[in-house]
Ligand binder design. Sequence first.
Ligand code: 5GP
Ligand code: MN
Length: 315
Amino acid sequence: MLTEMVKSAESIAIGGHVRPDGDCVGSCLGVYLYLKKHFPDKQIHVYLESIPEVFQFLKGSEDILHEIPEDKIYDLFILLDCGDAQRLGFSAPLYENAKTSFCIDHHVSNQAFATKNYIEPEASSTCELVYHLLGSDQISEEIAECLYVGIVHDTGVFRHSCTHPSTMCVAADLMEKGVDFTKIITETFDEKTFAQNQIMGYALVNAIQFLEGRGVASYVDLEKMAEYRVQTKQLDGIVNQLKLTKGADLAVFMYELEKGFYKVSLRSTEAVDVSRLSQIFGGGGHARAAGFSISGTFAEILEKVKAAALEQLGK
Ligand code: 5GP
Ligand code: MN
């Protein structure tokens, strides 16, 4: 499907979601490296917001474009790991103007909005879908590194319920291709800078429990991020740590994007479907990991989340 669309296009843009994570970066660069190698005569560009430093070792990351050219019309726009077109952020106009589009994604909230879609909500990650689309034979060590990063990040190192036996088979094949899995897991997933650890500590110390301990929530505002000198893209891992609180069915972590405007990250057990919950507020994601953005204070937003969670918990 991908190859046919690419063959009939001269110019191709690749884009992923705002505040790109490991799966987004890995899938975009995996597809980019594949297309560059197999279609050297085509114009191929990859557009993403600035990526976390830990992913900058991936081949092709130096080619990522952060601004869109004016009036450019691509023959094909490939969206990766994007549940809806707004999630593209700054590259959305390129998608809207492109002659055709192809979306590869695993978000259950994805409404198959592109010209052609490969959406598999059961898949661990978009990177796993890219692996299947390209086929093992086409995957070089450099592409394998990209895809391994995405699988590791979206499965929380093969732990989350989205990890299937088939995910492990894909990871095994990527290992066979020579990826340095210990280095990738340690340096892109586990390790935090001193400042990141400090702000995580701050968020944990100030966390509160609600719904008799079934919920746990915390937040950082712009002031705290400035004080600890961390950017929003360096807050990964905090919501997962909150979720590890014994007895918690729902973890809520909010960080301020603009004054009075928060990004809300949710993690849950099977007791709460956070994709459904996030969709109430215009967001989306997966059943156990989802998010949305909303105006208000921490307390106001938490009240809304609590009310929506209570509906699902049947109280
Ligand atoms: P995170 O909380 O790590 O930012 O995101 C968890 C999951 O939910 C990711 O798969 C992410 O793509 C999705 N997600 C987070 N925020 C939003 C949002 O505002 N809209 C949509 N559609 N998905 C989101
Ligand atoms: Mn993903």
